[in-house]
Write a protein that binds this ligand. Structure first.
Ligand code: NI
Length: 129
């Protein structure tokens, strides 16, 4: 699978945007509030590398816990797959646990995504190609 984006947990979007701009990234599209996941998302690109800034939209956001524990940091890599269901089955057979099954991601044009966890490599996101 090809890498689609790297997810970065940040406390606040605009200050993170300014820093990434100084190291060669440009914003791609507007900031989007994902009400379901309680996060604010903004994509930035540097050539073929896409990063997803993810900031909490409230104290009860799942990203808040990560930020408290680790500070601002990359926390997932998203891979693009031609078949979300088949890939999930394969990864489950290889020690991954699904913690968010196929659902639409408002920040990626409603494309379906899933989140999985593996004890050795952490969080992996899959997006339907
Ligand atoms: Ni992501």
């Amino acid at each position: 699978m090809k890498i689609h984006h790297i997810g970065y947990a940040v406390k606040e979007i605009s200050s993170a945007v300014r820093v990434f701009e100084t190291i060669g990234f440009s914003v791609e599209g507007p900031a989007i509030v994902d009400e379901t996941r309680k996060v604010i998302i903004r994509f930035m690109r540097n050539d073929t590398t896409l990063i997803e800034l993810v900031a909490p939209s409230g104290d009860d956001s799942p990203v808040s816990a990560h930020l408290k524990k680790n500070g601002p940091s990359p926390y997932h890599i998203c891979y693009e797959t031609p078949s979300l269901e088949n890939e999930i089955t394969l990864l489950r057979e290889n020690g991954f646990i699904v913690f968010e099954n196929c659902s639409e991601a408002v920040a990626i044009e409603g494309r379906r995504v899933a989140f999985l966890h593996n004890a050795s490599i952490g969080i992996v996101e899959l997006v339907q190609a």
